[in-house]
Write a protein of this length. Sequence first.
Lengths: 351, 128
Amino acid sequence: MAEDPKQDAEQTAAVAEVDKFADALGPFVLAAQKTRMPMVFTNATVSGDPVVFANRAFHELTGFGDDEVCGTDFYDLMARGVGSDAVAQIREAFAGTADSEPEIKFKRSDGTEFCASLFISPVVAEDGTTLQHFISLADHTSDREKQSQCEMLIDELNHRVKNILSTVQSITRQALRGATDPATIRESIESRIFALSRSHDLLSHQNWEGADLREVVDAALEPFRGASGFAERFRIDGPAVRLPPKVTLALGIALHELATNAVKYGALSNDSGTVAIDWSIAAAPGGDRLRIFWQESGGPPVTPPDTRGFGSQILERGLAHELGGMVTLDYRRAGVVCSIDLAAPGKLMNG
Amino acid sequence: MDKVLAGRQILVVEDEMMVLWNIEAVLADLGCRDVAVAATCEQAIALIRDRRFDVAMLDVNLGGETSYAAADVLACNGVPFLFSTGYGAHGIDVRFVDRPVIGKPYRDADLAAMLVALLPSGTEVQVG
């Protein structure tokens, strides 16, 4: 800038103008300098509205230094890097023909963007000539960020709600397919809906960030341990493992299906059978694995079913599909064994 | 229900098991016994490269990623497809503006009609 003597002279004049301005207005200038609202005064008697004063908040918002701002036409300053629509809006605002305060995406000196409304008020002399423009900017950048985060959450919510409705449709269809007795159909639908609901409770209590495997097991088994009186017949053991939401929901319904089968045909269908649920993390060449075992014993001798019901289909194919892991359901004579093998969380990034 | 999809090769790209079960049940009712399923784009693309499908349906949101990459490969191979989504048609990338979209949840009959409409005409499959 120093290479251009004309520019240099203009800037010196502008700085002198600011000093004059500060002397004349005293405490008001101090207040304007310190307020957190970005504001600028321009000289409206000169074409282009060169800036005569810009406060600290303006420098902070825009990243422009005093040397870049003072003496520079305000319009040029603000029009840097904005789209042609925004240039027209700034023009209208200056001409006083805009219907409302324009909200414009500006570029800072470092190229990053901020979003602000421009409030432009003319300072008019008694003879009607406009002496100055007083311009304040309301920064909406964080509001806009919050809004777009909100929109993302609403999209995500829609996705989840519609998937839940599809899931309920699936549960209903399967219940109607397998039985004719209304009480059985109702029990089948209700118990699965409640199982889903408990998994959702777990997740919503923790902002949908995930849940501990132990909590997932407890939530899935709750109706069987409580009202059904099987509390003493489960043995649960394993280290703390944090599961992402998707795995939480899938395992919740899977454990519910296993427990339902155990009550109907397996270890919980007599007075003495037990179910052991344990898990561990094992190192493996492709990354750590989480291995979960459901092992029934002491029940009546197991005979593999002729046709595999919805529950066992959910387990073997569905769970493996959703977790990207391996699930085997083994109808051993001494008791059903289900083993679930999936990438240990940390590798499971999809929520 | 008519077995309008008997003998057809169908690809279903859906990451949620419970939703998938419903789709498989609907397709089974429509006579389709051989449904290929994928939970991720990567799995879907591997299947598309490996086999010839008559028609495909893709959930837009696969646990965070979109199914667009698989849709592009289908389009490239001339396999007709539809999207299923909980968002409504507005959420789908403009490059798929001409592709049919079914909103979740859907009626069996609507899904059947859309899949049948996508099948190339004059390629009736003999039901044995």
